[in-house]
Design a binder for this molecule. Structure first.
Ligand code: AHE
Ligand code: ZN
Length: 339
């Protein structure tokens, strides 16, 4: 059992709460970005003990030799370990049971294998990224989904190299992490695109070189961006979940080699489209889940980098809300005007 200290809020929690996701199961305890501390461990759990600090990850890593998704050589290509996918999607623990009930004893479902909007939760051992004893749990909460996803999309999925050009569509926490990750990789030009110009200030602070508001133009944003660069942009990222924006991101990519990564989660039933000519002329369209990070082995080094001063994360915490019993609810970045 894990004591939850800090939470951040992801749009996926809000979308699921809205009831629009047909896969949403209720009643459930939402939340999947948290800093937690182990209170007790179940039978057979090795490598974790009470007092350990843990980031619950919605992508598990079983690490078993017979798991082709975890184990080299092919396991190097992905973080999508399917070990507990069925039960996690069904809102239960790997043994098929829920560990939550309401006051009347009626079952409450788990969510994304995390259910962190709770004072205590139960998480599968293979979903637990154990971080250093000195890790600040509020900062840890940022790495359970959004910030890791943005950084990993740049570093793992598209592997942006120094000197390249990048376009980021949507400047929430994920988009800002894409900018930060690109700047850390030495990208020469970083386009930050959003219809809310209030987000441009922080984007520039993190390394954006060009801020573009599609509302300022009377032609599609992909035409604007291609016009600004002649042949398009080396690496583009959708951080909105809007399928029209996904198309614009793909069509902004460089002729011959541009790569576009879908990060945003689209509403249920939505589909993407483009002219096949966009692919025939060398653009690649891909996507990422949790930025390609393997939870147990690759998330703890992010906190190590933060503690060593090599990775800045404090700027993602702009608001704090006090929870019950002194628990902390950190909130990811949003413009002050949306208070
Ligand atoms: N069920 C939806 C897709 C949901 C989806 O894409 N989820 C993201 C995580 S949301 C993080 O906030 C994801 O990475 N999923 C990978 C996985 O293994 O579940 C649909 O459209 O079908
Ligand atoms: Zn999320």
């Amino acid at each position: 059992m894990w004591e939850v200290h800090s939470n951040a809020l992801c749009h996926t929690d809000i979308y699921t709460l809205s009831g629009q996701d047909p896969e949403g199961l209720f009643p459930s305890i939402l939340g999947h970005e948290a800093g937690t501390e182990v209170e007790s461990v179940g039978e057979g759990v090795v490598g974790l003990q009470p007092g350990d600090k843990v980031i619950p990850c919605y992508t598990p890593q079983c690490g078993e030799p017979d798991c082709i998704f975890c184990f080299p050589p092919r396991g190097k290509r992905t973080n999508l370990c399917p070990k507990i996918r069925g039960t996690q999607g069904g809102g239960v623990m790997p043994d098929g049971t829920s560990r939550f009930t309401d006051a009347e004893g009626k079952e409450i479902k788990h969510f994304m294998g995390c259910s962190t909007f709770s004072e205590y939760t139960v998480v599968a051992d293979i979903s637990c990224a154990k971080v250093s004893d000195s890790a600040p749990l509020d900062v840890c909460s940022l790495l359970g989904c959004g910030v890791s996803t943005g950084l990993g999309a740049v570093w793992n999925t598209l592997n942006v190299e120094g000197g390249s050009s990048v376009a980021v569509f949507g400047l929430g926490a994920v988009g800002l992490a894409v900018i930060q990750g690109s700047q850390m990789r030495g990208a020469a030009r970083i386009f930050a695109i959003d219809t809310n110009p209030k987000k441009f200030e922080i984007a520039k602070e993190l390394g954006a070189t060009d801020c573009v508001n599609p509302k300022d133009y009377d032609k599609p944003i992909q035409q604007v961006l291609v016009g600004m660069t002649k042949w398009g942009i080396d690496y583009t990222f959708d951080c909105t979940g809007n399928t029209e924006v996904m198309r614009a991101a793909l069509e902004s990519a460089h002729r011959g080699w541009g790569e576009s990564c879908v990060i945003g989660v689209a509403a249920a039933g939505k589909e993407i489209s483009t002219r096949p000519f966009q692919l025939v002329t060398g653009r690649k369209w891909t996507g990422t889940a949790f930025g390609g990070f393997k939870g147990r082995s690759e998330v703890p080094p992010l906190i190590d980098a933060y503690e060593a001063g090599r990775l800045k994360l404090d700027h993602y915490i702009t608001h704090r809300f006090q929870g019950v019993e002194g628990g902390q609810w950190g909130c990811r970045w949003m413009p002050k005007e949306q208070d």
